[in-house]
Design a protein. Structure first.
Length: 694
């Protein structure tokens, strides 16, 4: 093959070794160019009398991250991945693969079909298709089950979990661990094959040990799992065919794969995959970021400790600042505890933990922040307190320092106005626990300059956060939308549904926890404080539900006080709090309400319609750049069911016209709360979708 034809794949003959070199940045996704190139290269090298062994390896960061996700939903052009995989397996000359970086999905399937696999230390291998609503569709379920024991194969296929090279060697997924650059390892592998030091075998000719009890247990597990997703169930079904001849089993697997390709789960999960990456496209992303290697975090409470931990884990040097050395030391100890649990969870080596701790200092003296690149303020949610701190920072911090505030709803413009450098002030709204939750709302105030926004983006990338750009409004994107739709749960409760039914209906829909259980977890006093803050500006015509206030007046704030909507004793089950049931009845009676419970379906419809309504306003006002940004906020900050892809992805399934009709129906009982957003009306009138706006 001439090198000019397709740079994506090139061949090279070195002595008796025939090399097939993949080069399709950024991750050697197996798009059409690569598929064609591999098939052509195999026939070329099989036809070359000098070649006695063929080795495939990748240039760039990985051998291959799998099928090209951007091709999904379109008619695949030939050759399909199964055809590529078969060409490898049926090659006359032995074919080895060298795995480096990651070998995922179709990338691993290509390697499974080769006759020997050599992985570089640290390589990650996996079949993550189920996380995209699919199953390995190029022989993965048929060949993995021939190489490793069924239980391990089923676990990897249905969880999408990755294993590293050492583990892969241990379970029989790879044959050797290679040292050095992929090319050198490839040349050595070819030589080892020719010399008989690397055994080759045709995976498809091996026999899979199929144990029906293992299959049944896996099916049962995924039948019971909530939300119930079909991909893992179909993946087990595909694996059950692995005792059949490879071509027969692979055909049955492909049929199941194509069935899943058409499923709503696949659409939602791929949308979620794209949402995680699309949000990086801020208009300011092209600006040159400022430095963000050293940071000061002001406030040693839950948020400050979480933010400091997240920054330390990202290799940023941190000074945690409190009002006294004792409080500062306590905050440092809390950070050390977070790092220790990261080590326990296998997320951090002991060595790395010690290095991180060496770059952590605690202080009660604001002037210790005079030389940091970035400051993140995470103190009490009070404008006066924050502006006083920013006035001091303005005098202390070096020119060019980025001044971030973790406020969850205050106007970042007001905070910026307290300084002589408003261009350097930006909102960095983390979500608790800040070292675990991936969402970061980057709130761009009127005077925030592009390079400051770009610095926030760069810091978010280092912390592996999903950064979403937000404009300034009360609650930014997530909390503003939450404040709106959360009221629906209270209206449903007041009007006749029990809080357990509302929670259960939404958990059956796919939320990890219903709104009342979430309130108990977060602390009912937080919502109480927000309602008191907003009381002076609450419109007279707004329907206000006092149930939660009565609960809080009793000091029942949820889990942290042992009781809220539910009782939190030592029993794992969630027991409704009878005193709250009584409060609900008293409030209904005092408002002359004849309780009328609606169906689970209507609970979901009202809740989601309210969420979508406020989300469409947030997009229309430009607070969020695009619908997909709102989807990312809810997927990565609010536990929105991932297979639904986010509220506005889900809205397109319901359809704008249907949503408008639902709002008009509900508006008959409460015209103030239920109003049709103009963007939704426009989409309904034009038969458009939120996807058109991404
Ligand atoms: N196809 C197309 N583009 C991909 C891709 C893929 N498989 N994987 C990554 N990218 C893009 C990504 O969108 C981003 O683009 C850039 O590469 C860097 O990615 C038949 C059907 C490999 C661990 O599920 O897990 O094979 O935003 O920012 O953090 O059975 O990407 O720069 O334009 O994520 O270093 C199965 C998905 C496919 C792996 C790297 N494979 N990818 O993470 O970088 S289905 C997967 C990842 C399949 C077969 C089936 C990660 C990564 P942009 P990134 P990263």
């Amino acid at each position: 093959m001439s090198h000019s034809e397709t740079q994506a794949v090139r061949t090279e003959v070195v002595g008796k070794a025939g090399l097939i070199i993949l080069n399709n940045p950024p991750v050697n996704a197996l798009g059409l160019k690569l598929r064609e190139g591999i098939v052509d290269a195999l026939s070329e090298l099989n036809g070359d009398a000098n070649v006695e062994a063929i080795v495939i390896y990748g240039e760039g960061k990985a051998i291959s991250a799998g099928a090209d996700i951007t091709e999904f939903g379109k008619t695949p052009k030939l050759p399909t991945l199964p055809e590529v995989v078969n060409a490898i397996e049926t090659s006359e000359k032995p074919v080895a693969t060298v795995l480096h970086g990651v070998a995922l999905g179709g990338g691993l399937e290509v390697c499974l079909a080769s006759h020997a696999r050599v992985a570089l230390k640290g390589t990650l291998l996996g079949l993550p298709e189920v996380t995209l609503g699919l199953l390995p569709g190029a022989g993965g379920t048929q060949r993995l089950t021939r190489l490793v024991d069924l239980e391990t194969a089923i676990d990897l296929i249905t969880s999408g979990r990755k294993v590293d090279a050492a583990k892969a060697l241990e379970i029989g997924l790879v044959d050797q661990i290679g040292q050095g650059a992929p090319r050198d390892v490839a040349l050595k592998a070819a030589n080892d094959i020719i010399e008989g030091d690397l055994k080759t075998r045709v995976t498809g000719e091996l026999t899979a040990e199929i144990d029906v009890d293992v299959l049944a247990a896996a099916q049962e597990k995924y039948d019971r799992k909530r939300p119930k997703l079909i991909a893992p169930i179909k993946a087990v079904e595909a694996a059950s065919h692995a005792a059949k001849p490879i071509q027969e089993g692979a055909k049955l697997e492909r049929e199941l794969f194509l069935e899943l390709m058409e499923s709503p789960d696949r659409q939602g999960l791929i949308h979620a995959f794209s949402a995680e990456r699309a949000t990086r496209q801020f208009p300011e992303a092209g600006a040159q970021p400022r430095a963000c290697d050293t940071a000061g975090v002001i406030g040693g409470g839950t948020m400050g400790v979480g933010i400091a931990t997240a920054m330390l884990l990202a290799g940023i040097t941190v000074t945690i600042l409190e009002t006294s050395t004792e409080r500062a030391d306590n905050a440092k100890a809390a950070i050390e505890k977070n790092l220790a649990s990261a080590v326990k969870r296998g997320k951090l080596s002991e060595k790395a933990r010690d290095e991180r701790l060496a770059s952590l200092s605690a202080s009660a003296d604001l002037t210790d922040l005079s030389d940091v690149d970035v400051v993140v303020e995470a103190v009490f949610e009070d404008l006066a307190v924050k502006t006083e701190i920013f006035q001091k920072l303005d005098k202390i911090c070096k020119p060019g320092a980025v001044l971030g505030t973790n406020t969850s709803y205050l106007d970042v413009n007001d905070i910026a106005a307290a300084t002589s450098r408003p261009e350097s002030v930006v909102g960095l709204h983390f979500f608790s626990p800040a070292h675990i939750m991936r969402l970061l709302e980057v709130v761009v105030a009127d005077k925030t300059t592009d390079d400051v926004v770009a610095t926030a983006l760069a810091m978010a990338a280092r912390m592996k956060k999903v950064a979403v750009r937000s404009g300034v409004c009360d609650g930014f994107i997530g909390n503003r939308i939450l404040a709106h739709y959360r009221k629906v749960a209270d209206y449903l409760l007041l009007d006749g549904n029990s809080f357990e039914q509302v929670d259960k209906a939404l958990e059956d829909f796919g939320f990890a926890m219903g709104p009342f259980a979430v309130g108990d977890l977060a602390g009912l006093d937080i919502g109480w404080a927000t309602r008191k803050r907003k009381a002076p500006t609450r419109p007279a015509e707004e329907r206000y539900v006092t149930i939660a206030d009565h609960i809080c007046e009793n000091g029942w704030f949820g889990r942290k006080t042992g009781r809220g909507y539910y009782l939190y004793g030592d029993s794992k089950s969630r027991e409704p709090n009878p005193d709250v049931v009584e409060i609900v009845e008293q409030v209904r009676a005092s408002e002359g309400i004849e309780p009328r419970a609606v169906s689970d379906e209507e609970i979901v419809s009202r809740y989601m319609t309210a969420m979508i309504s406020e989300a469409s306003r947030v997009v229309e006002e430009g607070i969020a750049l695009r619908p997909i940004d709102v989807d990312a906020v809810f997927l990565f900050g609010y536990g929105f069911p991932r297979h639904l892809g986010g509220p506005l992805n889900y809205a397109d399934r319901v359809g704008a016209a249907q949503l408008v009709a639902q709002i008009e129906t509900y508006a008959k009982e409460d015209p103030h709360y239920w109003q049709v957003p103009s963007l939704l009306q426009k989409l309904a009138d034009s038969n458009g979708s939120f996807a058109d706006l991404n």
